[in-house]
Write a protein that binds this ligand. Structure first.
Ligand code: ASP
Length: 340
């Protein structure tokens, strides 16, 4: 007997469904569907019922924008009551961004939304796609998960905590500041304490708008004055990837007036760390306390991917600059570890 759960798979593109063409690997709907239909495991007893819809066009995920995030969000919202869970088949390059974005856009989501993909296409003999699809479907059909997450290479991670960590390993994603939600060994072992609880209230979708935001990574010798010209009133938000716990180079004198002016213009400045592990602690060093005084807010241990998605989300909700600042320093979907 097949399990009664119903899952909607949304194929967005990416390596998982690519086939060899004369111009290299490219996503192809018919060939991918034929491969899925030819996998006996996907139709076996114990698997949920699943349907698949494709985005049009299918994309290499490097080309994903808020337009595709909205299209995915609309598909989920339009079918929210028809399915028990959702599996998003996505390219690996920006999967952590899309997972972060969906975690914010799907408000009061109670269903498992599992993003997965693969490093090797399903059409190849040696491919990680098989396990990733099968296990993602089983997780989406389970009762434990009430959030947007990412399954890859044996680990289930919170979507907005994940980063693409390896360009070529089959274990390509990490969640450096939060434990895995589950590990798929002989059994799928859930880390119940790490999962978000089910939430109350009616599900709704917050579409994303493409607000002008930026990311700056500081480095030794950075000439801050070069960034002065982009810090105009048009720039709504900027994520600064600082050293360690939130430090900027000692010639901070050059950056602080720029930050102060940007902040007075209403630009939100989020301080993140270049270290994947650990948290920003503004004020721990002289080089970071000046950032706070100039109007920057701490991203704590948020990933750059989640910070970018969260800025888009908060601006799309039409919140004031002060409301965006205060929400950036609070956890909305488990994306940062600050004590509330
Ligand atoms: N460039 C591809 C993509 O992100 C890589 C992959 O899927 O792994 O769509």
């Amino acid at each position: 007997m097949r399990a009664a759960k119903r899952i909607l798979m949304i194929y967005t593109g990416g390596t998982i469904g690519m086939v060899k063409t004369s111009h290299g690997y490219a996503p192809q709907r018919e060939a991918f569907h034929a491969l899925l239909n030819g996998m006996p495991e996907l139709h076996a007893d114990g698997m949920p019922w699943w349907d698949i819809v494709d985005m049009d066009p299918l994309l290499d995920s490097s080309n994903i924008t808020v337009v595709e995030w909205n299209a995915i969000g609309l598909l989920i919202a339009g079918h929210y009551d028809d399915y028990d869970g959702f599996v998003i088949l996505h390219g690996t390059d920006t999967m952590a961004y899309t997972a972060s974005a969906l975690s914010f856009m799907l408000r009061r989501n109670n269903k498992p939304v599992v993003l997965t993909g693969s490093q090797i296409p399903l059409c190849e003999i040696r491919s990680d796609a098989r396990d990733n699809i099968i296990t993602a479907l089983l997780i989406a059909a389970g009762d434990q998960v009430h959030e947007v997450c990412l399954y890859f290479g044996g680990k289930l991670l919170r979507g907005n905590r994940s980063i693409k960590y390896s360009a070529d390993d089959l274990i390509a994603f990490e969640s450096p500041n939060y434990p895995a939600l589950a590990e798929a060994g002989i059994a799928i072992r859930y880390n119940r304490a790490a999962l978000l609880p089910a939430c109350r209230g009616a599900f709704s979708l917050q579409p994303m708008e493409n607000h002008p935001i930026g990311v700056i990574k500081v480095f030794p010798g950075i000439q801050f004055e070069l960034f002065d010209s982009i810090m105009t009133e048009r720039l709504r938000g900027i994520v600064i990837e600082t050293f360690g716990a939130g430090n900027i180079p000692g010639h901070a004198g050059a950056l602080l007036p720029i930050i102060r002016r940007a902040s007075e213009n209403g630009t939100i400045i989020i301080v993140c760390s270049q270290c994947p592990h650990g948290t920003v602690s503004l004020g721990a060093y002289e080089t970071s306390s000046a950032l706070r005084e100039a109007g920057a807010v701490s991203g704590y241990d948020i990933t750059t991917e989640a910070a970018v998605a969260k800025l888009y989300y908060l601006f799309s909700r039409g919140l004031s600059a002060d409301e965006v600042r205060s929400r950036m320093e609070r956890s909305l979907r488990g994306e940062i570890s600050v004590v509330q």
